[in-house]
Design a protein around this ligand. Structure first.
Ligand SMILES: C[S@@+](CC[C@H](N)C(=O)[O-])C[C@H]1O[C@@H](n2cnc3c(N)ncnc32)[C@H](O)[C@@H]1O
Length: 221
């Protein structure tokens, strides 16, 4: 049996493994997609099952009918989000790689959620520019793409969300680097500054969670 690698920079490997194996294991279809993804050199980009489960729970909690994902990779988190949408619900997925997203499609189909997913292959900011007429109509947004654009994705998703809508930004602890002021590389500084900006943003409520690599949960007022 393949041992699924766990990301345990924020917690211990033992605790991380308990959570993903005993409490939030992947379904058979999700596991199929994860094992397929593990064959890629970039497999580390796939979210862990506890993160996936948290996204599904939030999508249900926010009574989500319309969602957007920025950064789809092989489609694991898209599968988790789309599975929690009601029939007729819609998830717009933004990615620049047709090849990676194509790996996920058969699993979306097997899970019966492919018709809810609208995959847009283009730089995510370009895709979001095409959605300005739909501002204020999205219930949920998940950001998990190129870190240098996170500040732009935050602003664009905030415009798309309805009041009370939820946004989640992944990797906001950046392996713990944001907490170490002596680390000043561009990505760490971008994410550290964005955490501060969100914390002080009067347009939102927020909570930075030590789940996975740090999930910033944002609620638009
Ligand atoms: C961390 S992976 C997403 C993982 C996925 N959410 C999951 O957990 O399975 C980041 C993705 O962002 C995509 N990406 C990078 N730059 C992008 C851009 N400018 N616009 C859209 N997607 C981009 C990459 O192609 C990659 O698939």
């Amino acid at each position: 049996m393949t041992t699924i690698p766990v990301k345990s920079s924020i917690t211990t490997e033992k605790v991380a493994r308990y959570v993903i194996e005993k409490i939030h294991p992947d379904t058979e279809i999700e596991l199929g997609l994860r094992l397929q993804t593990l064959k890629l050199p970039q497999y580390g980009m796939i979210s862990s099952s506890d993160v996936g489960n948290f996204l599904s729970t939030l999508v249900l909690t926010a009574n989500t009918k319309k969602a957007i994902e920025v950064g789809t990779f092989t489609g694991y988190t898209a599968l988790k989000i789309a599975s929690a949408l009601p029939s007729g619900g819609k998830l717009i997925c933004c990615d620049i790689s047709q090849e990676w997203a194509a790996i996920g499609r058969p699993y979306w189909e097997k899970a019966g959620v492919a018709s809810k997913i609208d995959l847009r292959i283009a730089p995510a900011m370009d895709t979001m520019m095409t959605l300005t007429s739909e501002a204020g109509s999205f219930d949920f947004a998940f950001i998990d793409a190129d870190k240098s654009n996170y500040p732009n994705y935050y602003e664009a998703c905030l415009q798309l969300l309805r009041p009370g809508g939820l946004m989640v930004l992944d990797n906001m602890l950046w392996d713990g680097a944001v907490a170490d002021e002596s680390v000043t590389d561009e990505t760490t500084v971008t994410l550290r500054n964005l955490n501060s900006k969100i914390k002080n943003d009067t347009r939102v409520n927020c909570s930075l969670l030590t789940v996975g690599d740090g999930l910033m949960l944002v609620r638009k007022k």
